[in-house]
Design a protein around this ligand. Structure first.
Ligand code: ADP
Length: 600
C-alpha cells in the first residue's frame, strides 16, 4: 500500500510517501521526503528527496493550500504514482480520538470543534485535510493525532487541581508528540531486544517543540505537555512551565492583555526569549564564545529536562531506558551529557566516547550508556511521518467488525497465589479446595479466603482464584485501594513489576508481597469469535454497555485471544457500578465513529 503523509504547520508543509510491504513483517519504507517552507507572498522554498537524490529550489506557492494542490505535479515529476491513502498529522484529538480516524464529514466536524483546544496548531492541520480531500476526492484520508498515545494517562496525571466548573469546561492535561514518543519507545525496545511492554522508558523529544514522556510497559503514563503544547520543557520559542500567577502580575505591571501574554509565551519565549535565537546550534555556538545569556539558557534547558527525567523515573518506580530524539536530542552530544550528568544516583551513567560518536544512519538506535550502567541510554531519529504511515496502513487494513453481543462479567476483588505465598499463608504442603469452576476453562474459585491489610484499613474474606500462578497477584477496585490506603496501578494481568506491596493474612501466617493492581478491563475471546468480529489479539476497542441514560462506553478495552477462551468482558465493581450493570448484561464493541456520534 502506498501512502502520502502530510504534516502541515502555519508556515511550512512537510510530506512523505511511504510504501507498506504486503506479507510478513509488513515493514513501512519511505519513498519520498519533501517540504515546502517559509510561505510568504507569492513564494516558498521547496525540497524533495527520492532515493538519496535531493532537489531544492523555490516555488510560487504562497500558502498551505497552494502547496498541497502542487503535490500531484511534484509527485508526477518524481515519477511517483499509485497513492492509495492520505495520512494527516493532527495536533489535538481531544478526549475522543484514541487512535487514527477516517476523516469524513462527521469526524472532520468533530475535529473542528476541538479547535479552541489548539488554536495555534489544529487550523493548519484541518486546512490540509480540506484541500487534500478536494485534490484526492477518491482516496481515504486518515487523521493520526498527537494526543492519542497519551489517552492512557490516569486521572491523577490528566487533572489540574482547579474549580469543578473549569474542569467541566474541558481544562485538563493531554500531552502531545504522542506519535514520536510511541515510535521512539518501540524503536528503543527493539534495539534492546525486549518487548516494549516489559520496559519502563523515558522518551526525551528535543526539537523546536520539546517534551518528555514516561512510557510505562508500552503505554504513556505521563508527558510534560499539558492542555496545550506550552507546558513542560524549555523549547525553541515556548516557555514551558511558568507560574500561572504570571498572568496577573504581567497584567498589573506591564498592562499586558491575555492574548499578548499567551502569544509571547508561545512565540517569544524559550531559547528565543532567553537569547534572541530559537536555534540550539546558535545558542551552543554563542555559549562556547562566552555569551552569558546563552550559557544560562543551556543550563536552564538541561536542568528542566533532567528534572522531568527524575520525576518520571519516580512516577514509574524506576526506569530501564532513556531515549533521546528530535533535532537537539539526536545531534547535540553536549546537551545529552548535561541532561544525564547528575542522574548517576539512579544508576544512569553515560559513556563519553559512545555519546560523542552517535551515528543515526539507517534508523540506527545506538546505546550510549557506560558499561555497568543500570539504565540504558539510547539515541534515535524520530520518524513521525513513518509512524503515521504505519498507523494509517493498520487502520485501513483492519477488517470491519461485525458486532456481536459480548457477555459482561463483573470481577470482585480477588487474589491469585504463587506456591510460596500459599505455603506461607496456609502452611507447607497445603492444597486449595475447589469451590466452583469459573467460565474461563481451567479457572476456579477456592473455598479458602485471605485478608488484605494496608496502612489505612483491611479487607476480610477476599476470594482466592486458582490455579496457582508464578507470581502472587492481588486485584482490587480503585475504591478498595483507597480503603486499603495504597495506590494500586491499573495493569494488565501478569504485569507486576514495580507494583506496590500489600500484607496478606491467612490462617497459618502472613506475607508482605508486591502484585497489588487494579485490573485493566479486557475481553477474553476465542479465536473463532475474534475472527467473526474482525478482531486481533492485543487490539484496543471501545465497548458500549447498556442503553438509555446510564449507557456507558468503556474505552481502551484490551482484546485477549486465547484458545478455548469463553468470550467475555471482565470489568471490576467500580466500573460495573458506574454503568449500573447487573447480572446477564451484554456489551457491544463499537468503532471510534460511535464515540463521535454526539447522540450515541
Ligand atoms: P521540529 O520540532 O521543528 O521538527 P527539529 O526536531 O528539527 O525541530 O529540531 C530543531 C532543533 O534542533 C533546533 O533548535 C536546532 O538548532 C537543533 N539542532 C539541529 N542540529 C543540531 C546540532 N548539531 N547541535 C545542536 N542542536 C541542533
Amino acid at each position: 500500500m502506498r501512502i502520502l503523509v502530510f504534516n502541515a504547520g502555519s508556515s511550512s508543509l512537510k510530506f512523505g510517501v511511504f510504501d507498506r510491504a504486503r506479507g510478513p513483517g509488513q515493514e513501512v519504507r519511505q519513498v519520498l521526503k519533501g517540504s515546502f517552507d517559509r510561505f510568504r507572498d507569492g513564494g516558498c522554498e521547496v525540497t524533495s528527496e527520492v532515493g538519496g537524490a535531493r532537489r531544492s529550489g523555490t516555488a510560487p506557492h504562497g500558502d498551505l493550500g497552494a502547496a498541497i494542490a502542487a503535490v500531484p505535479g511534484l509527485l508526477a515529476a518524481e515519477g511517483i504514482a499509485g497513492i492509495e491513502a492520505v495520512g494527516h498529522r493532527i495536533a489535538h484529538g481531544g478526549p475522543d480520538f484514541t487512535g487514527p480516524a477516517t476523516l469524513d464529514e462527521a469526524t472532520l466536524a468533530w475535529v473542528e470543534r476541538l479547535t479552541p483546544l489548539a488554536p495555534l496548531h489544529n487550523p493548519a492541520n484541518l486546512q490540509a485535510v480540506r484541500v487534500a480531500r478536494q485534490v484526492w476526492p477518491d482516496l481515504p484520508q486518515v487523521g493520526v493525532f498527537d494526543t492519542s498515545f497519551h489517552l492512557t494517562n490516569p486521572p491523577r496525571v490528566t487533572t489540574y487541581a482547579v474549580p469543578e466548573s473549569w474542569r467541566a469546561a474541558g481544562l485538563r492535561r493531554y500531552g502531545f508528540h504522542g506519535t514520536s514518543h510511541k515510535y521512539v519507545a518501540e524503536r528503543a525496545a527493539e534495539a534492546l531486544g525486549q518487548p516494549v511492554t516489559a520496559l519502563r522508558i523515558i522518551s526525551v523529544h528535543l526539537g523546536n517543540g520539546a517534551s518528555v514522556c514516561a512510557v510505562n510497559l508500552g503505554r504513556s503514563l505521563e508527558s510534560s505537555m499539558g492542555l496545550t503544547p506550552l507546558e513542560g520543557l524549555v523549547m525553541g520559542t515556548r516557555s514551558g512551565d511558568v507560574d500561572p500567577g504570571a498572568f496577573g502580575y504581567l497584567h498589573r505591571q506591564l498592562e499586558l492583555g491575555i492574548e499578548e501574554i499567551e502569544a509571547a509565551l508561545n512565540r517569544d519565549s524559550g531559547l528565543k526569549g532567553l537569547t534572541g535565537s530559537s536555534d540550539m546550534r546558535d545558542v551552543e555556538d554563542r555559549a562556547a564564545a562566552g555569551d552569558g545569556a546563552a550559557q544560562l539558557a543551556i543550563n536552564l534547558y538541561a536542568h528542566r529536562a533532567r528534572k522531568y527525567v527524575g520525576a518520571y523515573a519516580a512516577a514509574m518506580g524506576g526506569v530501564d531506558a532513556v531515549v533521546f530524539t528530535g533535532g537537539i536530542g539526536e545531534n547535540s552530544p553536549s546537551m545529552r551529557r548535561r541532561i544525564c550528568d547528575g542522574l548517576e544516583f539512579m544508576g544512569l551513567r553515560l559513556d563519553f566516547d559512545r555519546n560523542q560518536a552517535v551515528d543515526l544512519k539507517d534508523r540506527a538506535a545506538p546505546q550510549i550508556q557506560a558499561y555497568g550502567s543500570r539504565v540504558a541510554v539510547l539515541v534515535t531519529e524520530t520518524a513521525e511521518q513513518l509512524q503515521i504511515a504505519r498507523e494509517v496502513a493498520q487502520h485501513l487494513a483492519r477488517p470491519a467488525a461485525a458486532p456481536k453481543p459480548i457477555p459482561v462479567a463483573v470481577s470482585g476483588r480477588h487474589v491469585h497465589l504463587a506456591a510460596d505465598s500459599l505455603a506461607a499463608l496456609f502452611g507447607p504442603g497445603y492444597d486449595l479446595t475447589v469451590k466452583k469452576a469459573l467460565r474461563q476453562p481451567g479457572n476456579w474459585a477456592a473455598e479458602e479466603r485471605v485478608t488484605l491489610v494496608g496502612p489505612k484499613g483491611r479487607i476480610e474474606n477476599v476470594a482466592i482464584l486458582g490455579p496457582l500462578r508464578k507470581r502472587t497477584q492481588i486485584e482490587v477496585s480503585r475504591t478498595d485501594s483507597f480503603a486499603l490506603g495504597i495506590d494500586a496501578p491499573v495493569r494488565d494481568s501478569g504485569q507486576l513489576d514495580g507494583t506496590p506491596m500489600i500484607r496478606l493474612i491467612g490462617p497459618h501466617g502472613q506475607i508482605d508481597t508486591d502484585g497489588l493492581i487494579v485490573a485493566a478491563r479486557h475481553i477474553h475471546m476465542n479465536p473463532a469469535d475474534a475472527q467473526a468480529m474482525g478482531l486481533e489479539d492485543g487490539q484496543i476497542v471501545g465497548v458500549k454497555v447498556g442503553q438509555g441514560e446510564r449507557s456507558l462506553t468503556f474505552g481502551r478495552t484490551l482484546i485477549r485471544i486465547q484458545p478455548n477462551a469463553f468470550t467475555e468482558m471482565h470489568i471490576d465493581t467500580d466500573e460495573a457500578n458506574a454503568a449500573g450493570i447487573g447480572a446477564g448484561w451484554e456489551g457491544e464493541i463499537v468503532e471510534l465513529e460511535a464515540h463521535l456520534d454526539p447522540g450515541a
